[in-house]
Write a protein that binds this ligand. Structure first.
Ligand SMILES: O=C(O)C(=O)C[C@]1(C(=O)O)C=C[C@@H](O)C=C1
Length: 306
C-alpha cells in the first residue's frame, strides 16, 4: 500500500495536511522530524512526505528549507494550505493558574505569544520537536501544558483547556507534498514552481540578474527566501517560488537562464497552487509566442528570411 510520511507524531498539523492532500489510498506514517519524513521518501520507506514549509505569521520553516536543499533531491507534487488555530491541552484537573510550563513547536509558540502573555504569563515556555510531541511531553510529565493542533485532543488523553487560540485570526501554514523525482504533475493553468538557487556570490547585482530572468519572461515571483550556506558568512541559497509550470516555455526558458547564471539550481517541483488562482503571466510570453519566435530564428539561420 502506498504511504505518506509526515512530520509527527500523530496529531500534528502536518498529519492534518497529509489527510487533506487527497490521497485516501495512502497510509499515514508519522516521523519525528522534518528531515526524517523527507529521508523516509529518499530511502524508499514512504512514497510521499508531507511537511510544513511556511507560516503566514512566523515565516519559513527552516528545517524544511534546509533539508530540501541537500541530499537526494525531492520534488513537490502538491501544496496544502491549512488555517492554524491552536488548543491548550493539559492533564485533567489542571487549571490555567496552575500551569508552570507550556511546550510546543517554536513556530506554534511564536503564533500565540499574545494569548500566553494574557492567560498563562507565569508559565515557562519550552520548545518541543512538534506540537503533538509537546502533548506527549505533557502525558510524560515533562511539562504542564501543550499548545497543539485541535486534532491532538483526539489522540492523547488530555483535557482541552482552551481552543481556537491564535494571535492572528487568519493565520495559515503551507505544506508541501513531496516525492522522489519522477513524472511531474500535469499543468493546470494554476501552478507554482519552486527552486533553490546558489548564486555566484562574488558578482555584483547577481540577485537582481536572477530576478530579471523571471521578470523579463512575465513570471510572477510569489516568494523569495534566503538561507545561509552554513560554512561561511555571506553565502546564501535563494529559494524562489513563482507562478507557472516547467512544461510552459517561458518557465523552462527562465530555468535554463538561471542554470547558466547560478552555481547550482535545484528544481523543487511544479505543482498546482492550493488556492487555484490562475497563473499570472505577462503579455507575449505564451507557448505560442515562444514557438513563433523560435520558428522565425530558424528561418533566419537557414537564410530563408532577413
Ligand atoms: O507541529 C506541528 O503540528 C506541525 O505540523 C509544525 C508546524 C510548523 O512547523 O509551523 C505547523 C503548523 C503550525 O504553524 C505550527 C507548527
Amino acid at each position: 500500500m502506498p504511504s505518506i510520511a509526515y512530520f509527527g507524531p500523530q496529531g500534528t498539523f502536518s498529519e492534518q495536511a497529509a489527510l487533506a492532500a487527497g490521497r485516501p489510498d495512502h497510509t499515514l506514517v508519522p516521523e519525528a522530524t522534518v528531515p526524517e519524513a523527507l529521508d523516509a521518501v529518499r530511502h524508499g520507506r514512504a512514497d510521499l512526505a508531507c511537511v510544513p514549509v511556511e507560516n503566514s505569521v512566523e515565516g519559513a520553516v527552516s528545517a524544511t528549507m534546509d533539508a530540501l536543499a541537500v541530499d537526494e533531491p525531492l520534488v513537490a507534487v502538491a501544496e496544502v494550505v491549512l488555517p492554524v488555530r491552536f488548543s491548550l491541552l493539559a492533564r485533567p484537573g489542571t487549571t490555567l493558574a496552575g500551569i508552570r510550563s507550556v511546550a510546543s513547536h517554536p513556530h506554534a509558540l511564536a503564533q500565540v505569544q499574545g494569548w500566553l502573555a494574557k492567560h498563562v504569563s507565569q508559565a515557562a515556555q519550552l520548545a518541543a520537536t512538534s506540537t503533538a510531541a509537546a502533548a506527549v511531553g505533557v502525558l510524560d510529565g515533562n511539562c504542564d501544558a501543550a499548545i497543539t493542533a485541535p486534532v491532538a485532543a483526539e489522540h492523547y488523553a488530555l483535557a482541552v483547556l482552551e481552543t481556537g487560540i491564535a494571535d492572528v485570526d487568519d493565520a495559515v501554514t503551507r505544506f508541501l507534498v513531496l516525492q522522489r523525482p519522477g513524472e511531474l504533475p500535469t499543468p493546470t493553468g494554476s501552478d507554482r514552481t519552486s527552486i533553490v538557487a546558489v548564486a555566484a556570490y562574488q558578482r555584483t547585482g547577481v540577485l537582481a540578474e536572477m530576478l530579471t530572468e523571471l521578470a523579463l519572461r512575465g513570471i510572477n515571483l510569489s516568494r523569495i527566501e534566503s538561507r545561509p550556506m552554513k560554512g561561511r558568512l555571506g553565502e546564501y541559497r535563494f529559494y524562489l517560488d513563482f507562478d507557472g509550470h516547467v512544461a510552459e516555455q517561458r518557465v523552462a526558458d527562465a530555468l535554463a537562464a538561471l542554470h547558466r547564471r547560478c552555481h547550482e539550481v535545484r528544481f523543487l517541483g511544479s505543482y498546482p497552487k492550493a488556492d487555484g488562482t490562475p497563473t499570472l503571466a505577462g503579455t507575449d510570453n505564451a507557448d505560442a509566442d515562444y514557438a513563433a519566435a523560435t520558428d522565425w530564428v530558424t528561418t533566419v539561420r537557414e537564410g530563408r528570411t532577413g
